[in-house]
Design a protein around this ligand. Sequence first.
Ligand code: 5AD
Ligand code: SF4
Length: 435
Amino acid sequence: MNFSDSEIVASILSEIHYQPTRDLDEADLILINTCSIREKAEETARKRLSAFQAVKKKKPELLIGVLGCMAERLKTRFLEEEKLVDLVVGPDAYRDLPSLLEVVEEGEKGINVFLSKEETYADISPLRLGSNGVTAFISIMRGCDNMCSFCVVPFTRGRERSRDAFSIVAEAASLYDQGFREVTLLGQNVDSYKWANPETGDVVSFARLLEMTALVHPKLRVRFSTSHPKDITDEVLHTIAAYPNICNYIHLPVQSGNSRILEMMNRTYDRDWYMGRIEAIRRIIPECAVSSDIITGFCSETEAEHQDTLSMVQYADYCMSYMFAYSERPGTLAARKYPDDVPEEVKKRRLQEVIQLQTQVSFRHNQRDIGKVVEVLVEGNSKRSDADFCGRNSQNKMVVFPKKPGIQPGDYVQVHILDATSATLLGQIAEPSKI
Ligand code: 5AD
Ligand code: SF4
């Protein structure tokens, strides 16, 4: 989400002749796009801001700004109390950057943290930053209306709003024309995507949007994230099953495997409901891989409730998960309602248990792929060796294989899987892909 925002900001700034640079010493303006989701993310952002202060000491005309969620959350604190930055720009105010920069150049501080009910940046074509030229993100909605009790997003990113479906499809088509072969449709809760065509009144659902994007070109892969267990419909699952270029992979965060904790988290589903969704996925898309987000040590979580999370990892057979110890965020429902009473060491120990189990489950998941031939979209050189390519299969698994003449990033290849770790499949090219 944040990455996608940076690409929108880069596009807005390119209109006033700023260009991205990787060289800190060359920069006239440093913008740090911040996240408030966990305390650690905020600490990291603060550390980087202090480091930039040192650069500014040597080069006083350098401008420093904070973008995104922390900007919204901490507003004037950065500008006035801590005097760390010249600019504070919230997630719905990026269009205001050129005029805020003018204010700053006149020696004033620039701030806009206004949250909008309409802004989707639909007409802005993002400047692809650090792109591999093959895969790209498309933001399809902003904000979130869900109010999970642990989560700061509804406060920092505002109300949920969906972007014009035709602008999304046009962006996908333009990416395809530029050589991109995979797009990931991004939103906090893609299943509640809903856009009414102002001319016809027709409503585009997420299932329909998926289909419209899949129809851009059969060689353009479509992914999406994040799905919400309460909202993902069978219609979405049937759409995934119907189009070979919609990837067989769903990120379906469970957060906890226990119904009482889920209720306190205000997730509005329980353990049985979640299991029912996993069953539906297996029935409708048998090859589909599922991944999750998991929080350990949420307020009042007992040892037995933690065990429910562990058993859910087994049941859902996640190919991977993002796992976190609960971190209380100021202003959230949980911070107001429930004491953060699971000791830090217990949260951490439970987190280690979940990580350990997930690593085993991922390993088992990947071992089952040995011997299969899978279609891989080549993304570029593997991290470890320039003699190997890497890319993902439909299930979003990273596949590494030796290069072969004539094959280049953006090509589809069939890879015979010969070995697997908990994180990667290893193989060799079997034959050129048919599609
Ligand atoms: N503490 C720990 N993890 C959190 N997440 C969101 N808020 C918190 C919090 N307060 C995790 C959730 C969410 C992911 C993006 O971050 O698992 O799905
Ligand atoms: Fe946060 Fe819940 Fe919205 Fe996700 S769905 S952004 S966890 S409030």
